[in-house]
Design a protein around this ligand. Structure first.
Ligand SMILES: Nc1ncnc2c1ncn2[C@@H]1O[C@H](COP(=O)(O)OP(=O)(O)OP(=O)(O)O)[C@@H](O)[C@H]1O
Ligand SMILES: [Mg+2]
Length: 370
């Protein structure tokens, strides 16, 4: 997919923005706080209908304005269409595709992959970040997996509530807990199998990207760590049996803590670089390369599932890599992926060639300098 044109009004510090991006590489440069990340956010908002920076979407409206909008002309395999997203101060969003009103669901397949410095939390932070990546960033490729997660979360919520009631002696009947146990086992097993299947596709791709980016000097290994302590080849029946056994053993403890202590909401994904855990021992550059490999794996999955290239947004991450890794990434981009990269340290551009657009941002105004 390509953005042919993009226009924004009152988006963050852009009162008015109009741009015809390069079909491949767009380098967005400028001093701090000029609007580089805001431009990526405007693109992301137009394609996905939400922001990667804030949960409170109204933050994206310019402080002096009552509304904002981003309008793009997009192209995918010969098909061309216009996509308009507007938001007002009350938080009401309006989505128009070729002037016909649509909903968020219609944006589900707008392919965009983003990598910002915040994504390093994927390695550094708690297991919840890694589960979120798998469930929310990769999960949507597979509708059954996405559905299993939604159902599991609902069951988990109700079961924890019941555990609280049992502890407070409001509910003495154990049959209710047994009913929720069964629901937890059914949906939990679906989530677990979904994750393992997704990881089976994603992990070899990430390993391949990591290996290529490090010129074969470093090896990556990805392991799924299940709180059920099952092995990755376990089948539906054995997972369910083991889940049941563990719940039986943990009932007393769970009531005491008012928490479900076992299940996919307690699992983790561990990354090893040259046999050492990346979270504990990886350098900044290794961790950045690792996240980038995961994002590129996501990109490859996208290309495989939808037979088209997604758009790639890289916020302050390309020029922070060493020159070998940069060149490798740029050669990948050369294969037809429209990319937007931001940086404020573009010192050497010789190796970039001439075929790209350089966008200089100054207080919410864009000038094209190449
Ligand atoms: N709703 C808004 N209305 C107007 N200005 C805003 C709004 N939200 C953020 N800004 C301003 O936009 C400016 C630019 O932000 P942005 O994050 O895009 O900078 P940047 O160029 O990416 O900087 P850096 O190099 O530090 O990452 C900030 O100074 C911020 O105060
Ligand atoms: Mg920025």
């Amino acid at each position: 997919m390509h953005i042919l044109k993009i226009r924004a009004e009152n988006f963050r510090n852009y009162r008015y923005l109009q741009l015809e991006p390069h079909p491949r590489l767009n380098i967005i440069t400028g001093l701090n706080a000029q609007g580089k990340t805001n431009l990526l956010e405007a693109i992301f908002f137009n394609l996905c209908g939400y922001s990667f920076r804030t949960k409170n979407l109204r933050d994206i409206i310019n402080w002096q304005s009552e509304y904002c909008c981003v309008i793009s002309e997009l192209k995918k395999e010969g098909r061309q269409w216009k996509q308009s997203l507007a938001l007002n101060k009350k938080g009401k969003k309006k989505i128009l595709i070729n002037s016909v009103e649509r909903t968020n669901k219609d944006l589900n397949h707008s392919g965009v992959i983003i990598f910002t410095p915040d994504d390093l939390t994927l390695i550094k932070n708690s297991p919840a970040e890694r589960r979120r990546f798998l469930d929310l960033e990769v999960g949507p490729f597979y509708p059954a997996y996405k559905q299993a997660i939604q159902q599991y979360n609902k069951v988990l919520f109700h079961r924890n509530h019941l555990l609280k009631n049992i502890k407070a002696n409001k509910n003495k009947d154990n049959t209710l807990l047994e009913i929720w146990d069964q629901q937890l086992i059914i949906h939990g097993t679906n989530v677990l199998l979904g994750r393992l299947a997704v990881l089976k596709k994603l992990a070899p791709l990430a390993v391949k990207w990591y290996n290529l980016m490090t010129g074969g000097q470093e090896d990556l290994e990805i392991r799924y760590l299940s709180s059920l302590q099952i092995n990755p080849t376990a089948d539906d029946k054995s997972i369910k049996a083991y889940f049941q056994k563990m719940l039986n053993e943990l009932h007393y403890e769970e009531i005491k803590k008012c928490q479900t202590l076992v299940g996919p909401h307690r699992d983790d994904i561990i990354f090893f670089i040259n046999d050492k855990e990346a979270r504990k021992f990886g350098s900044q550059g290794q961790q950045r390369t690792l996240v980038l490999s995961l994002k590129l794996a996501q990109l490859s999955l996208w290309e495989h599932e939808y037979q088209s290239h997604p758009i790639l947004l890289l916020d302050d991450v390309l020029f922070e890599l060493d020159s070998k890794r940069q060149e490798f990434l740029l050669s990948k981009i050369n294969q037809g992926i429209q990319t937007f990269v931001t940086t404020n340290q573009l010192y050497n551009r010789d190796y970039l060639g001439n075929d790209y657009k350089l966008l200089e941002i100054n207080s919410g105004k864009v000038s094209v300098t190449q």
